[in-house]
Design a binder for this molecule. Sequence first.
Ligand SMILES: [Zn+2]
Length: 199
Amino acid sequence: MLYPTPIAKLIDSFSKLPGIGIKTATRLAFYTIGMSDDDVNEFAKNLLAAKRELSYCSICGNLTDEDPCAICSDETRDRTTILIVEDSRDVSAMENIQEYRGLYHVLHGLISPMNGVGPDDINLKSLLSRLMEHSEIAEVIVATNATADGEATSMYISRVLKPAGIKVTRLARGLAVGSDIEYADEVTLLRAIENRTEL
Ligand SMILES: [Zn+2]
């Protein structure tokens, strides 16, 4: 079935989103056309604004609309602890439980020997320079997911940091193997951080 160009293009755009096949993309495109002008304008505006106004914090790598991000600039946070996560969604999950008061470092990926992703391919160098510049940092909590790549990343970080005299801990195994921190419930996450173990 050949659609008029504007809707064919819209279908094409939707189909570029993860998990959206051509059938769903077609359904979304037709749905969008049926929406009110106001809603479509708002949608388009939000897409552009999110892309234009967001960037990554130059200190911790978290997604932010100001640099440094709100967490890095918050003087009331505990500056002796850094919690390392894979991406910004994990920061949100941690912040939601309102228990952790330290700082973060977002890796934007994990070391993955199977996929040829090494330490230089993720946001790790800036962590090392952070640690060198800030001697007040006493503990690094590795909160990568309990997957093979999460473990490889955690082991690498511990191997590099421990000789430098920094305490490296790992979230407790309350989290099921292969489970995502992003989707962990609050109680599980709270227990995982309270019962963290030294590497
Ligand atoms: Zn930051």
